[in-house]
Design a binder for this molecule. Structure first.
Ligand SMILES: [Zn+2]
Length: 250
């Protein structure tokens, strides 16, 4: 059998019943011990607030569990785009930690959990990405994370994309902001829940913050009193906007 064909066959077997590491494809699913170590080196000891540089206007206060580079970014990509949904068990706790940190740091959010209830709002994926993947990979992670909040929290697809946007991965910070501007709205049927409420917008990884800032704008415009954000990881950037090297994180 030719090498290419063997690789394709191995990939097919992995899709049905992953037995190999999602990153290095050696035995050990979802991650072998070596790759798990590499990913854990991308994580902070405790979740931290993050501010993109430069921060987009209206960027909400945002908490993350790690550095979105190297192994951590590779795990998120494998989960979302390479069919490795078995990585949910790895990613969900990190999502949960960031969400708890965001809520714990804000008095209005803590009060909302005990009273009226907190809205956990996934960023709306593009219809094109939904068609390509066949599902919304962020959703089960968000649901698991919200279940870890002590109190009344509800995950709701409050936001909707109002127009087609370009693939963000090819754009710089200014282009991403322009690409996202006005691209999100609160669904009519959720307006009452948003009005005067506390919302935490969630995304997998934060790069320029343009997506979170646009989501926050739409929620505030619909009357949200407080908007926070949480993600698994964030890219650290210099003020010039160039990514820094991931140092201990491979
Ligand atoms: Zn591995």
């Amino acid at each position: 059998m030719r090498g290419d064909a063997r690789t394709v066959l191995a990939d097919l077997v992995d899709l049905v019943l992953p037995a190999t590491c999602a990153l290095c494809h050696r035995p050990g699913a979802p991650l072998c011990p070596g790759c798990r170590d590499a990913v854990e080196r991308c994580l902070h000891d405790v979740p931290r607030p993050t501010v993109p540089s430069p921060p987009p206007p209206g960027m909400p206060s945002c908490w993350v569990s790690g550095e979105a580079s190297g192994a951590l970014r590779a795990v998120v990509t494998a989960y979302k785009d390479e069919g490795r949904r078995d990585l949910a068990e790895v990613l969900a706790p990190w999502f949960g930690q960031a969400l708890r940190a965001a809520v714990g740091a804000d008095g209005a959010a803590r009060e909302s959990l005990r009273g009226r209830g907190l809205l956990v709002v996934p960023v709306p994926g593009s219809p094109r990405a939904r068609r390509r993947r066949g599902d919304v990979p962020l959703r089960p992670l968000v649901t698991a994370a919200a279940e870890g909040l002590a109190g009344r929290a509800c995950v709701a697809d409050v936001l909707v994309a109002t127009r087609t946007t370009l693939d963000q991965s090819t754009l710089d910070a200014a282009e991403r902001a322009a690409n996202q501007a006005g691209a999100t709205a609160v669904r009519e049927r959720h307006r009452r829940a948003v009005e005067d409420g506390v919302c935490v917008v969630v995304d997998d990884l934060v790069t320029t913050g343009a997506t979170l800032a646009e989501a926050a704008r739409a929620l505030r415009e619909a009357g949200a009193r407080v908007v926070l954000a949480a993600a698994i990881g964030a890219t650290t950037r210099r003020s010039g906007g160039r990514p820094t090297l991931p140092h201990p994180c491979p």
